[in-house]
Unconditional design. Structure first.
Length: 122
């Protein structure tokens, strides 16, 4: 594993769950962080069977899960108010900004955060 740390948005992990080899390759060797929001979004999908939810919960142990803290809350409030982000997106972006690590995402609406967060679009 390299020393490179990245924060991965929920949509990227959904593609990985669905077997996207390009995402798997992109994340290989990196220390992957996720926001607590991503954990909640992935575990609360209503279509899971009990077994599928348990498998996702076990899979999430591979990642560093960043819980909310005062710094992340402050950044999320600022980003949400200035850029009119959805609450979940504000927390994801704030987590990357707080830890000074790139955000890997497929959501183009994060582009408006250029200069606030290092983005890597896939």
């Amino acid at each position: 594993m390299s020393d490179e740390r990245v924060l991965v948005d929920t949509n990227v992990l959904i593609h990985q769950i669905n077997g996207d080899a390009a995402i798997e390759k992109l994340l290989q060797g990196k220390k992957v962080h996720i926001s607590f929001i991503t954990e909640v979004e992935l575990l609360s999908f209503p279509g899971y069977t009990v077994e599928e939810r348990a498998a996702v919960k076990a899979w999430l142990k591979e990642f560093v899960i960043s819980d909310v803290n005062a710094g992340i809350k402050t950044i999320a409030i600022d980003l949400r108010s200035r850029y009119h982000l959805k609450l979940a997106d504000a927390f994801v972006a704030a987590t990357a900004a707080h830890w000074h690590i790139p955000l890997i995402t497929q959501d183009k609406h994060f582009r408006k955060l250029k200069g606030e967060v290092e983005l890597r679009e896939v």
